[in-house]
Design a protein around this ligand. Structure first.
Ligand code: ARG
Ligand code: ZN
Length: 467
């Protein structure tokens, strides 16, 4: 409603030359138009994201046949121009495009790497909402990451496993692939009868016609593209509610039901415990997708539906659920700050293990895989705030990140520390934040100058000796 009103206002302004938009240098004059930037300038993924617009909503509609691995898709991107645009880029690595329109007019486009450069028939005015429709068909690609792991569209025996961090989303839909541009999503997915398609958010409908079932998933809270998924397969689906009424939807590969039962059963308790520590669970639904995707070999905190490529233990389940607060609701502004996701989720695992009667967080801090590592270990030679794209999901952002939080807790005391964790989740809810923001928040929560503390833990190499 706000944007419709905004659009109306700008149309009204355009009709009155006296109120014509101001140019780049602040002088009133003719609106200026130029090409949107092909990147947001994140050094870890120089092609990721684009400039000149802000996506509001993705409507992703496709049919997928696991037998042929063929996808037939129509994605509609609704965005607002943040500058006058002659052309703009979307990130897309998917199959061949048969049709592309902007505001209903067929538009020219060129593809090179993951850049889909669109030239709309009419220039797009700053502040205006526009709609891009892209039709494409074929087999979406598997994407290989700098650390050698795979993501994107990963076919399985009975469907597809779809993780997108940090750069997998453009495998299956065109968009603005950077965590700084969050949007709402709807997914309409049609699969052969008997197969389940599980997306983010809530299931609005499931209808079968002539041997095909269409699942409509709706994700109403802002979501980064890398957290989107529609994972497809033959699943055992269970729907329940937490005592507080939060719906839980789990989809588990039938072969993994027994092995993952323990972790699945703990979901309500984990959500409840983390809600007490971090503040209210940020989304209107929770759950998990547990599949067999041995070539992937990791789990991912896809929003409201973390995905697991094998049966998880309780601790991994806790990690992915903690990410719903730290990573999904509060997201990084740039990928080099990945410790803000992984360090927090790892520390949440330590806390849950203690809560569950296992090792205390202090014992985990001191263990051989953490502070117990020898000072000569190469582990201490990676800077936590700049692991590089190859090591962003390596031990350092996770374990040095979690150690940083535990050391901070010791430094500022439990009261300030736990207030900080809550405040961090609340004040950046559905937004983005940086390490500098966290340091400022920690100093504010504790009333202490923490420059030296964060310097040794986050910005320097070496095993911190004193802090
Ligand atoms: N964020 C995920 C987790 O820790 C890990 C993602 C790993 N992705 C990758 N491309 N290696 O839960
Ligand atoms: Zn993680």
């Amino acid at each position: 409603a706000t944007s419709a009103a905004l659009c109306g206002l700008l149309i009204a302004q355009a009709a009155q030359p006296a109120l014509a938009s101001t140019g780049k240098h602040g002088k009133p004059g003719k609106p200026t138009y130029s090409a949107g930037a092909p990147s947001v300038g994140d050094p870890y993924f120089p092609d990721a994201g684009n400039g000149g617009y802000d996506v509001k909503h993705y409507d992703i509609s496709f049919t997928y046949d696991p037998a042929t691995r063929h996808m037939d898709a129509t994605t509609t991107v609704t965005a607002v121009a943040t500058q006058g645009l002659t052309t703009f880029d979307l990130d897309f690595r998917g199959p061949e495009i048969s049709y592309l329109s902007v505001n209903g007019h067929r538009a020219e486009f060129q593809r090179s790497g993951q850049e889909l450069v669109v030239t709309p028939r009419h220039k797009l005015a700053e502040g205006h909402r526009f709609t891009v429709v892209v039709k494409y068909a074929g087999t979406p690609p598997v994407v290989t990451d700098p650390d050698g792991s795979i993501e994107g569209w990963v076919p399985t025996d009975d469907g597809a496993f779809v993780p997108g961090e940090p750069q997998g989303a453009p495998a299956w839909f065109p968009g603005n692939d950077h965590p700084t541009d969050k949007a709402t999503f709807t997914f309409h997915t049609t699969v052969p009868e008997g197969v389940t398609a599980v997306g983010n958010g809530r299931l609005l409908s499931q209808k079968t016609k002539k041997g095909w079932t269409t699942f409509l998933w709706n994700s109403t809270e802002p979501m980064a593209t890398y957290l989107s998924t529609v994972t497809i397969g033959k699943f055992t689906v269970t729907e329940s509610k937490t005592p507080e009424g939060l719906p839980i939807y789990t989809a588990v590969d039938p072969q993994l039901v027994t092995q993952s039962a323990g972790a699945v059963a703990q979901i309500p308790d984990i959500v409840d415990y983390f809600s007490s520590l971090f503040g209210p669970y940020p989304f209107n639904t929770a759950g998990a997708i547990i599949d067999r995707a041995p070539d992937v070999g990791y789990a991912l905190e896809s929003q409201t539906k973390p995905i697991f490529s094998s049966a998880p233990g309780v601790s991994t389940m806790a990690h992915e659920l903690a990410h719903q607060w730290y990573g999904d609701s509060v997201s990084v502004t740039r990928w080099s700050d990945i410790w803000l996701n992984e360090g927090f989720a790892t520390y949440a695992q330590w806390l849950y293990t203690e809560h569950n009667g296992g090792a205390t967080a202090d014992q985990t801090f001191n263990s051989a895989s953490n502070y117990g590592r020898a000072a000569t270990s190469s582990f201490w030679q990676v800077v936590a705030t700049d692991p590089g794209p190859e090591d962003m999901f390596g031990n350092v952002p996770y374990n040095r990140g979690a150690m940083t939080l535990h050391a901070l807790r010791g430094k500022i005391g439990d009261t300030a520390f736990f207030a900080l964790l809550k405040q961090w989740a609340t004040s950046h809810r559905y937004g983005n934040a940086t390490t500098a923001d966290f340091i400022a928040a920690a100093e504010k929560a504790s009333g202490k100058d923490l420059t030296n503390f964060f310097d040794v833990w986050l910005f320097q190499k070496g095993k911190p000796a004193t802090w």
